[in-house]
Write a protein that binds this ligand. Structure first.
Ligand SMILES: [Zn+2]
Length: 77
């Protein structure tokens, strides 16, 4: 019985993550490499978080123009 409950919870979390990724919310997962929209530089696979928010939600800072990007490659103002 515990196994079934655990399995249902895992499935719900996976579905939630897929929906979050499709909606490009900060809880989603993006495993594709992104390009900087400012200077068109391909971002490194291994992201170095520049601040706490990037560390938690998976953003990056462009190594070339130092623009702050989220994990989907959108510039954060
Ligand atoms: Zn850039």
């Amino acid at each position: 019985m515990d196994f079934i409950v655990t399995a249902i919870i895992i499935i719900c979390v996976v579905i939630w993550l897929v929906i979050a990724s499709k909606n490009k919310s900060k809880f989603g997962i993006n495993l594709k490499r992104v390009y900087c929209p400012v200077c068109n530089t391909k971002q490194p696979i291994i992201r170095m978080p520049g601040n706490g928010n990037q560390f938690i939600y998976g953003g990056t800072t462009c190594p070339k123009c130092h623009a702050s990007l989220d994990k989907y490659g959108t510039v954060i103002p």
